[in-house]
Design a protein around this ligand. Sequence first.
Ligand SMILES: CC/C=C/CC(=O)SCCNC(=O)CCNC(=O)[C@H](O)C(C)(C)COP(=O)(O)OP(=O)(O)OC[C@H]1O[C@@H](n2cnc3c(N)ncnc32)[C@H](O)[C@@H]1OP(=O)(O)O
Length: 723
Amino acid sequence: MAQYSRVRGSVALLRLTNPPVNALSAAVSRDLERAVRSACADSAVRVLVLRGHGGTFCGGADIRELAGLVDVPFRVGVSSLVALVDAVEAAEKPVVAAIEGVALGGGLELALGCHFRIAHGQARLGLPEVTLGLLPAAGGTQRLPRLVGFPAALELVATGRDVSAEEALALGLVDHVTDGDVEEAAVEFARRVADEPLASRRLSTRPPPRPADLDTLLQVALERAQRRARGALAPVACVQAVRAAATLPFTQGLQLEQELMAALLPSNQARAMQYCFFAQRIVGKWSLPGGANWRNSPARAVSRAAVIGLGTMGRGIAVSLVRAGIPVVAMETDEKQLRVVTAMLEREAAKQRRSPDSYLQLVQFTLERRDLGDADLVVEAVFEDLALKKRLFAELSSSCRPDTLLCSNTSALDVDALAAATRRPELVVGMHFFAPAHVMKLLEVVCGARSSPVAVATAMQLGKRLGKVSVAVANCPGFAGNRMLKPYVEQASFLLEEGATPQQVDAVLEDFGFAMGVFRMSDLSGLDVGWRVREEAGLAGPTVPPGESARRRHGCRYSPLADLLCEHGRLGQKTGRGWYLYEGPGGRAATPDPWLHDFLDQYRRRHGLRPRRIDQQEVLERCLYALANEGFRILEEGVAAGPEDIDTIYVLGYGWPAHRGGPMYHVAAVGLPAVLSRLEHFRRLHPDVPQLRPSALLRHLVAEGSPPISRWRELLKGLRSQL
Ligand SMILES: CC/C=C/CC(=O)SCCNC(=O)CCNC(=O)[C@H](O)C(C)(C)COP(=O)(O)OP(=O)(O)OC[C@H]1O[C@@H](n2cnc3c(N)ncnc32)[C@H](O)[C@@H]1OP(=O)(O)O
């Protein structure tokens, strides 16, 4: 796990070995500590270099131990890591960290215990513990501000953002960056500093910097963390721990860090976030009914891509591809959109500290379909109209290379219908990006009935290359994410009919932790999007069969409220009014609109609906349980392979709070029998709402004694699977 060998006579080279990411389990930490002590005791050694095996320094403490997934009490893991970092820092001989790949979490804390840090130019460094519902508890919150100052330390610890080697150098987090061999550079560096005094290099003994405005800075950071946390405990605890570095001596700061960690570690929030971490890895292990899977189906290389349509989605997709270094041919007729995407690329280049040209030269704009001919993969991102897309796919099928993958960014339309329009249905898949596509981390890869393993593998792999988490789902209207959104939005509308207001419903959902309540979200994405879909489905507008009553469709309850707002020209933020009022078209600040309240009153009177007081619990249960119930149906039909897929989609694509794990994790945590009983209750009250009828899978799981969510995937294998 950790050995040392002597190089160049007096340098002890310690190699941390625990593939795949050299995680610091309790045993590995203890082993490394022993190796450090032996090297220090070796009289032939003057200086130590610490590196990781296999191109990675260290991915941090072993999350499986922290999450209680292996049989090691988490306190043992924490204390072993603390002891290791302390021993490294206390060493009487200089210790140089040679960082390549990543130094994350406990890995960076270990590097902070070293007296010097050398990084490879491609390395990334950070303290992502907050994303696991934790804080850095091996002295990271106390050492980091002493090294890089409070503003940077507060930001890095509270957000979990990782930094490039270049930024780390600018912050003072590392002493030197090399693009050559990091071990060689570190050994060379170590020989130069072998005789340097170490007192000032031990961060625990350094006085923290004290800028004049420190108190204000700490107060602002705490308030910001509280505001942004949306109920999550860890970001606030992170700021409290870093603040202790300003007010307490090192050992007392460390003590507070440990106490905060002891409170976070066993919390439900930390459990939920660690579940999310592993869920996001599980979803990469896809399989198809024929036996093809992530292991046996290699992806095809994508060295050139094409994007058709540079509207909101297309331009985000183009930027993502360019940022990943993939040359893009972008087809768009509207010159305004070309200017927008050029400006976006310039901004992105500046953010990545790259020259604008390095990005712009990767894009070729075109009006000609023949210019797409050479692409390995085409992503279509035109208007959401099935006939238009089918025509386009038929044309692409004749004009592109026979092996080019044809992908659609549709958010709900039938991928099999698109495939059937081509002469290569096996090379057609859905690649459903989420807006803004260069920011959102989720990609739904929609596997059509005829999509080949290579098409699925390539789309999944491309998502990863773009820095996204790819989730494979089967083809059905709305796929997994948007399909589950429908009953959720419907319940919210029914609640308005029954007496709630948009701000009441949104406040409950935002208190739960959603980034945005359902009505604010709908205003942001535009009410006309759903209106068009409902018109196509014969639910709204001229396609509704004559004689159908306003509040019923196909014998079931229907709320026409959103359609009525659209008919009044209230399309959301873009028109300056929707469920809320905005400063003007394109405005962002939502305020309650008296017009809307009058409109709701009149609507209720017109339909003989007597408004009643609706409490928070009913809002939450009806919206969230209806959504999760659809999730069970999706699992039952094999549209998604397991609860982890659904939860990943909701956390990364729909603003579901990670500290609540995702919709399926949430209902499992509430308790399946309780959820079933509430759904049955609501179903009795609303017999004309089929979405409230508990799914067969939910009933089955309850009948089986509510097995833990970690077992559902296995149980589902016995059911009908499309994946
Ligand atoms: C005092 C105690 C406090 C300590 C605090 C901590 O240190 S908490 C841990 C902080 N570290 C992290 O949050 C890093 C988590 N890991 C990652 O971000 C990424 O895995 C990576 C290191 C950047 C590597 O990414 P890559 O895409 O190359 O690989 P995968 O993400 O697919 O991971 C490969 C497998 O490794 C498992 N794994 C990764 N990190 C850890 C870890 N710290 N502990 C345990 N296991 C880890 C991951 O689960 C993958 O394995 P699977 O079997 O496929 O699930």
